[in-house]
Design a protein around this ligand. Structure first.
Ligand code: BGC
Length: 750
């Protein structure tokens, strides 16, 4: 027996977003748009749907053709105009010379910082700190808007379960709840309440499913059953609508057979009709015309029909709309209503950004980075660092220890910035070497040894060994260059590239303590390296201030508090691997696992237990989602939850945590549940909340969580959220690892 609760996710369209000087309510906004729409010619309407790109490095004079297009009202938005003179000139032409003076909307990818670079989003997610993520977006908005940019293509809230996919670096990881929380923080940081001159439009991307690219190969097909799609992949996007994201981007991928740039069900039925999204949907770069190679359109004309019918309002860079919409209207293949609707949605975003009042940005050169922005970047970077192993308390480093700082990432000012940085400057980066040498607390023997992560020249190994011999401890900074993750940079193995492993091998033969500092856009396979190192620190690509942040963690000026936003695999062959998987009928346990070398010769086919695991590495990941150490252990005790919950009642749970170590620490208490029996099988664990708590030395705190009944819902067989009465498990735990204690509670029938 079960009782169904249909949850009405009332989403209310964003209200009161008019600029102050207009003093407009939503009605006035619509009135303004309708009046304008009436005055616009067909040519001008179609122009609004057109986003033209320029190369981000273009400095030269504007072409007459471009200026004339703006003058004619043939362009709605421009991508990557970074020259102040050009930007001003184009806006002046749009406002003063185009038929209705509709301002251009200037866009750019401002992904994890503009000039001041923050950790890659995956690193930011490891902070589990919404406030930090919000501040990072706010700083990025301030810097970008000072260059005339009013629209960023961020946050990227694609759920990513496969670290082979290079774009996992741009994501907030594998979990829909964490991604939703951080996605909202990011939208808040970029957009604020849209009243400040530096607020810029956010873009929730890539709608949707793009992170499930088959085999982690970028741009590949995605096959996601609807219940999983809604529960996992769409959830952060639904939350982005609620957070007020002004725009969405349709992804490159084909979703269950239909490219999303032509997917009416997704862009119209779900996004607009179910969720009431009234902002703009932009295509991805050429994704409208890419429906031709996908095999979903025979030519640009059909691609234009598919995209406009689906609900793509603005076409990024390709010209299927510009070339065909007018003819399609004449032929009556598409209706004028479709065009008007798309134009309205674009004007709405321009209106909400205050562009009609204030089309011109107050352009200022950024001569150097502001101290305030650098301090925020350092704080976010520090919180992103995850301590993964620390045997015999080898960390923190001791004052006066002689340190051999070795490896290609120890002084890699460009690579530490990570993927998708158009405007960051490597000259402004502070590397680990810079931070270590300026601190003067230790003698540093530095040897980069390899010029970059893929470098295969071992010529400097001897020098590294010589320096390591003089030191008390080796800090080995290895990983991936920035270019090895990001768009179109998928990897077939997650191992360290080049001869970095060999370098570690040679250093380990000295029998000195080794701290492995990883800087990469994804988890790196270290299973076979762990017995050679005493500590492992994941530093991601942590941005401009990566060096000081990592140094502070290594030396204990800051107690590390990062937690993994993804499951860290033991071997590439394990992926995709994620904590919120469903169970098999034969779940493996540590007792049931049989490893390859334990199989007797000529063993009988089914004599070995037949549970779900790999012969080489068993069933567990290297480190689970949510995992991270600090220099102080924390104990969890006295988990309580009422055993019977009445229908509609809130689930109250609490746990005691105590700092057992000698340093103040930050603990991220994570709440997971499992719905034990459901109409569609539910994951073994699902994150439903977390709190970051500061604990002084010896301090104990009781942490309370309140879970409304709607948080017990899942997407049922009719694709609607439902809650079933019955038994649940609840964990309040330091990570998603399997061995934590849990409590049962029973949700009573209605
Ligand atoms: C990427 C998007 C990006 C766009 C504009 C595309 O290649 O997939 O994420 O926003 O380019 O630069």
């Amino acid at each position: 027996m079960y009782v169904i609760l249909t949850i009405l996710w009332s989403l209310g369209a964003c209200t009161n977003r008019g600029t102050e000087s207009h003093q407009l309510t939503d009605n006035n906004e619509e009135e303004f748009i309708e009046n304008l729409l009436k005055k616009m010619s067909l040519n001008e309407k179609l122009g609004q749907l057109n986003q033209r790109g320029t190369s981000s490095r273009e400095k030269g004079k504007l072409s007459e053709e471009l200026k004339q297009s703006v003058r004619n009202g043939n362009i709605g938005s421009m991508l990557n105009v970074m020259n102040h003179g050009n930007l001003k000139e184009l806006q002046k032409i749009a406002v003063e010379e185009s038929p209705n003076g509709i301002p251009l909307l200037f866009a750019r990818d401002v992904i994890h910082g503009f000039r001041t670079i923050f950790p890659i989003p995956l690193g930011q997610a490891a902070s589990w700190d919404a406030n930090g993520v919000k501040k990072a977006a706010e700083v990025a908005a301030k810097e970008a808007s000072s260059q005339g940019i009013r629209w960023t293509f961020a946050p990227m809230i694609d759920i990513s379960r496969d670290p082979r996919w290079g774009r996992i670096a741009e994501s907030f990881g594998e979990d829909p709840y964490l991604t939703s929380v951080l996605g909202k923080a990011s939208v808040d940081g970029f957009q604020g309440d849209l009243t400040k001159e530096y607020n810029i439009a956010a873009c929730a991307k890539h709608f949707a499913g793009y992170g499930a690219a088959e085999g982690g190969r970028d741009y590949n097909a995605t096959y996601i059953p609807e219940a999983l799609l809604r529960q996992v992949y769409l959830d952060p996007f639904k939350n982005a609508v609620e957070a007020g994201a002004l725009t969405f981007m349709a992804g490159f991928n084909e979703l269950n057979g239909v490219p999303v740039s032509g997917n009416k069900w997704l862009l119209n039925d779900v996004l607009r009709e179910e969720w009431n999204f009234d902002g703009t949907v932009v295509s991805d770069w050429n994704s409208v015309t890419e429906m031709i190679p996908h095999g979903y359109a025979r030519d640009k004309k059909q691609a234009a029909v598919r995209a406009i019918e689906a609900g793509v309002d603005m076409e990024m860079t390709s010209d299927a709309y510009a070339e065909n919409l007018e003819d399609l209207l004449k032929e009556k293949t598409i209706a004028m209503d479709k065009i008007d609707e798309a134009v309205r949605r674009i004007l709405r975003v321009k209106y909400r950004l205050g562009l009609f009042d204030n089309p011109y940005a107050d352009l200022k050169e950024i001569s150097s980075l502001s101290k305030e922005h650098l301090a925020i970047a350092k704080a976010v970077a520090t919180k992103s660092i995850v301590l993964l192993k620390n045997e015999k308390e080898i960390l923190p480093l001791q004052k006066n220890q002689k340190i051999a700082l070795i490896g290609p990432l120890a002084d890699a000012p460009l690579d530490q910035l990570g993927t998708w940085i158009f405007d960051g400057k490597k000259e402004e980066s502070i590397t680990l070497l810079n931070a270590a040498t300026t601190s003067k607390s230790n003698t540093i023997y530095f040897e980069k040894t390899l010029d970059y992560s893929r470098d295969k020249k071992k010529i400097n190994f001897k020098k590294a060994i010589r320096k390591a011999k003089k030191a008390d401890i080796i800090v080995l900074a290895v990983g991936e260059e920035a270019i090895l993750s990001g768009e179109a940079h998928s990897r077939s193995t997650l191992k360290l590239p080049g001869v970095q492993e060999e370098l570690l091998q040679e250093l380990s033969e000295l029998n000195k303590p080794i701290v492995l500092v990883l800087m990469a856009g994804r988890p790196i396979i270290v299973n076979h390296l762990l017995d050679k190192v005493d500590a492992v620190v994941m530093g991601w690509h942590a941005g401009t201030m990566a060096g000081p942040a990592i140094w502070d963690v290594l030396t204990g000026s800051t107690n590390p508090s990062g937690r993994l936003p993804i499951t860290w695999p033991k071997a590439t062959g394990q992926v995709p691997m994620y904590y919120n998987n469903t169970n098999t009928g034969r779940p493996a346990t540590s007792e049931s696992v049989v490893l390859i070398d334990d199989i007797p010769v000529e063993a009988w086919q089914s004599s070995l237990g037949n549970t779900s695991h790999y012969l080489e590495i068993g069933r567990l990941p290297q480190w689970p989602f949510g995992f991270g150490l600090s220099y102080s252990d924390v104990s969890y005790s006295a988990l309580t939850v009422k055993s019977k919950i009445q229908w509609g009642e809130t689930v109250n749970a609490s746990v005691k945590i105590r700092n057992l170590g000698k340093y103040p620490t930050t603990e991220t208490v994570q709440l997971y549940i499992q719905d034990e029996v459901a109409e569609l099988v539910q994951p073994v664990k699902v994150l439903k909340g977390f709190q970051q708590i500061q604990l002084g030395v010896g301090e104990e705190k009781t942490i309370q969580f309140k879970l409304p009944m709607s948080d017990l819902s899942y997407i049922g067989p009719n694709m609607k959220p439902r809650v079933d009465a019955g038994r649940f498990k609840l964990w309040l735990a330091p990570n998603s690892g399997e061995s934590n204690p849990y409590k049962h509670f029973e949700l009573m029938e209605k």
